[in-house]
Design a protein around this ligand. Structure first.
Ligand SMILES: O=C(O)CCC(=O)C(=O)O
Ligand SMILES: [Fe+2]
Length: 340
């Protein structure tokens, strides 16, 4: 009875961002997925994303749209003007505030939310984020008439001794639908720094991709265990023959100079490259994700943005409180320390 109630309660999640094959009895239902539930969600979300992007196409030059459609990412070197970049870089390096860090494998990801309070102290970063061309690019690539969330992000590679490898270093897709993340690199990203890497063109929803996903979903229902895949972020596992099945050779490594912007659809296959030793990558990072089944591009006012930031902070605090109550460490831990 309890499991029937849990199953019925999960039905509406079909039309949300829900992606957990292990914990959600509808999303992970072998019968429903055999009948085409996973294909249906992936395909419908892809159509709706393309529709929303079409509504916002006027915001972005044709060549940028063509690159994003072809490759699943846009890479722009020398992004900021020579007078603005050093000011933005200095603000990023010097800004101190309470932040949050996540330990995954032997990596620490540290984030400082760029909300109204932060941006009031960071005029050069604010100028960058407010520029109409940048705003247009963020909105179109995210398929929403609203700006993503922005953070100052530091990736500290190999800082946690005796821990397994960083799971972000395995080629993966973040979720079942198009979703945007962006990185604006403040310092040069050398091959040693663990560059972002992306397999060009893998955002495209081909029959080959969908067949591979359906096969993996069926394998998981039959007992195949890969933790992150089960949680809805499908991993490309070379030992399972996934590279051949998908026809991909691997990620293109984005070892790039400072002042480079990368905007990617992380439904495509990507990873954090392997870093050599204890080394930090630092960037302004953007994250855009909404309900993939919402056909409306929406809009955003200053007040709505403040409310979003408030909820981000509230979520951070509540996951901390919930974990502490269970005697566990939270996924995101509050910290005032900034490692260099
Ligand atoms: O930090 C990176 O290079 C990529 C990490 C990643 O997979 C993600 O942010 O989705
Ligand atoms: Fe990812």
């Amino acid at each position: 009875m309890a499991s029937l109630i849990k199953t019925l309660a999960a039905v509406p999640s079909i039309f949300t961002t829900a992606k957990n094959f292990r914990d959600n009895p509808i999303i992970g239902s072998p019968t429903l997925n055999r009948l085409g539930l996973h294909s249906f969600r992936v395909t419908l979300a892809d159509w709706i994303f393309k529709f929303r992007q079409a509504c916002l196409a006027h915001l972005v030059p044709t060549e940028d749209r063509a690159a994003f459609r072809r490759d699943g990412f846009i890479l722009k070197r020398d992004y900021l003007a020579p007078d603005l970049f050093p000011k933005v870089a200095a603000e990023v390096m010097d800004y101190e505030a309470e932040g949050w860090e996540c330990h995954q494998g032997d990596t620490i990801t540290h984030r400082l939310l760029l909300d109204e309070t932060a941006l009031a102290k960071l005029p050069a970063i604010k100028q960058m984020l407010d520029a109409p061309a940048f705003r247009g690019l963020m909105k179109w690539t995210g398929g929403k008439n609203e700006m993503p969330l922005f953070y100052i992000q530091r990736i500290h590679n190999h800082v946690l001794a005796d821990r397994p490898d960083d799971p972000q270093k395995v080629l993966h897709s973040d979720t079942f639908h198009p979703t945007m993340k962006a990185w604006f690199f403040i310092r040069e990203v050398t091959p040693e720094t663990g560059p972002f890497s992306y397999a060009p063109g893998t955002h495209a929803l081909t029959k080959r991709r969908l067949d591979w996903e359906n096969k993996r979903v069926a394998e998981m229902a039959a007992g195949f265990k890969d933790g992150y895949s089960l949680k809805g972020s499908l991993r490309v596992l070379p030992e399972k023959g996934d590279m051949e099945a998908l026809g991909i050779a691997g990620g293109q490594s984005m070892a790039v100079p400072a002042n480079t912007l990368v905007v990617a659809d992380t439904h495509g296959f990507h990873a954090r490259g392997h870093a050599t030793g204890e080394i930090t990558r630092i960037e302004i990072w953007a994250y855009s994700r909404g309900n993939p089944f919402n056909p409306f591009v929406g809009f955003e006012t200053g007040l709505m943005r403040r409310i979003r930031h408030y909820f981000v902070r509230r979520w951070l605090v509540s996951q901390e409180t919930a974990a502490t109550a269970r005697g566990k460490l939270p996924a995101w831990r509050r910290t005032s320390t900034i490692r260099t």
